[in-house]
Design a protein around this ligand. Structure first.
Ligand code: SAH
Ligand code: CA
Length: 215
């Protein structure tokens, strides 16, 4: 039997020996300016981001979309990982948080690739779908990192917007590991959205046309 021991020390080792040495300096700057923000923990972890960067490069993604930008760690990671003439749409109703990262996107020379839309995501996806000719099947990559209770709604729309060989990444679907717990044992802060994740995970696993990977 193989037992994978996960510990804070091991994670720290991976970060210090593998992840931080490869982190581009503009991304470290985003991490630094986010540290004192009240919800700093929402930022994408650098190791997760580096995996996403690898996927974006393998896909040769030219058109990406992100739901939930915050101060822009994953947005900047995407902008740095896609070619010069590629673009990413980032959607978030919180412009203030986006503007914390903005000077860093500008300095990194990737602002031209970023189309930030200050809004909740659902109406933006619906608007993109109205312009079917231009947008349907046109995105290579989508990252969903917000508004957990709408994941199924996003999924339905993104299946139309993302091309057949594209990739849709949903964050948080194991909800901190609580999806294996009985509902009554789920800690208070995780109770919200817990049912949404149970329903979402069951629902997308039923679709034979999609490949699912969880990590
Ligand atoms: N990907 C980001 C973290 C996102 S945190 C990073 O790497 O830093 C979640 C973000 O989702 C918050 O900034 C919040 O304002 C945004 N959000 C909340 N509801 C939303 C909605 N309905 N549509 C789009 N974004 C939403
Ligand atoms: Ca996240």
């Amino acid at each position: 039997m193989i037992v994978l021991v996960q510990s804070f020390e091991l994670y720290k080792y991976i970060l210090e020996n593998n992840v931080y040495p490869r982190e581009p300096s503009p991304l470290k700057e985003i991490r630094d300016v986010t540290t004192n923000h009240p919800t700093y923990f929402m930022s994408t972890a650098p190791d997760t981001a580096q995996l996403m960067g690898m996927l974006l490069k393998l896909l040769n993604a030219k058109k990406a979309i992100e739901i939930g930008v915050y101060t822009g760690y994953s947005l900047l990671l995407t902008a740095l990982s896609i070619p010069r003439d590629a673009m990413i749409i980032g959607i978030d109703p919180d412009r203030e948080a986006y503007e914390i990262g903005l000077p860093i996107f500008q300095k990194a020379g990737v602002e031209h690739k970023i189309n930030f839309i200050e809004s909740k995501a659902l109406p933006v996806l619906d608007k993109l779908l109205q312009n079917q000719k231009e947008n349907e099947g046109s995105f290579d990559f989508a990252f969903i990192d917000a508004d957990k209770d709408n994941y199924l709604n996003y999924h339905g729309r993104l299946l139309k917007l993302v091309k057949v060989d594209g990739l849709i990444v949903f964050d948080n679907t194991l909800w901190g590991g609580t999806v294996v717990q009985p509902e009554e044992d789920v800690p208070g802060k995780r109770k919200e959205s817990w049912t949404s994740f149970i329903v979402f995970n069951k629902s997308i696993s039923r679709d034979q046309h999609e490949q699912n990977i969880r990590f």
